[in-house]
Design a protein around this ligand. Structure first.
Ligand code: F6R
Length: 256
């Protein structure tokens, strides 16, 4: 796992955008796994400003709320449209986001998994992290082998996301989310975390035991993970000086 600590979120997002831009330029047919949430905003802002060619890129989003239509201002369909898709030249038919209104959810989830496989699998999966360590909406004690499915949000996650909805009672209780097994199938996972309320989850995920009590800790089992942090999110890491030293002494061919 590579840990990259930057002075602030803007600098970390800039570097993460450079990594993704490199992937898109090198492989114009790349399959990207996308996340939503406040953490991704500076990253999508950077990517949108880069004027990359997205025409052949395929995307699969991690998750969507159940029971709200794509046009709902707080749906992840709206989030992606507003914050990334309408600013780039991606083909709408190549963007995939779970359907929060699916009738037969298990059948829909199976089709999503098949579609990811048919696209050749995900080259780079973007991830944020919840204050409890969730990735996608795989909350604590989610099966580390789980696939795309319906999940119930914890009261804490609903509270955290109430800021987008105006009030907590408007936050849906259920989501469709890629599973942890689905995420681990990606060839490269890129996790971003900013702010002090993520510091504990990051320290546990990176330096703690692999446990479903911190779902992000499973990334320790993945062969290629890059973590972009600001100082506040890195605050509780025991080895942060080592991670800085590694980054500052990277051989040229490894530089982002
Ligand atoms: C969103 C997602 C979630 C968020 C996490 C952090 O697609 O999968 O895991 O990444 O809840 O959210 P923010 O960035 O709003 O703190």
């Amino acid at each position: 796992m590579e840990i990259i600590i930057q002075p602030n979120a803007a600098a970390a997002a800039r570097l993460a955008a450079r990594l993704l831009a490199g992937v898109i330029r090198k492989n114009p047919d790349a399959v990207l796994g996308l996340a939503t949430g406040g953490t991704t905003l500076p990253l999508y802002g950077e990517l949108a400003a880069m004027k990359l060619d997205w025409r052949k890129i395929t995307t699969f989003n991690l998750d969507e709320y159940v029971g709200i239509p794509p046009q709902h201002p707080q749906s992840y369909h709206s989030f992606m449209r507003e914050n990334l898709f309408r600013h780039i030249n991606i083909a709408a038919k190549k963007t995939n986001i779970p359907d929060g209104l699916a009738g037969d959810i298990p059948a829909w989830c199976e089709r999503y998994e098949k579609k990811i496989r048919a696209a050749g699998g995900i080259d780079v999966q973007l991830l944020g992290i919840g204050a409890d360590g969730h990735i996608g909406f795989n909350e604590q004690t989610s099966s580390l082998a789980s696939r795309t499915r319906i999940k119930t949000l914890t009261p804490q996650t609903r509270k955290d996301n109430a800021r987008f909805f105006g009030s907590e009672d408007q936050v849906p209780h259920h989501v469709i989310t890629m599973g942890i097994g689905t995420i681990l199938d990606a060839r490269h996972c890129v996790l971003l975390a900013f702010g002090k309320n993520k510091a504990r989850a990051i320290a546990e995920a990176v330096e703690g035991p692999v446990t479903s009590m911190n779902p992000a800790s499973v990334l320790q089992l993945h062969p290629k993970v890059t973590v972009f942090l600001d100082e506040a999110a890195a605050a509780k890491l025991k080895l942060k000086d080592y991670y800085r030293w590694v980054f500052d002494n990277k051989p040229d061919w490894q530089k982002i």
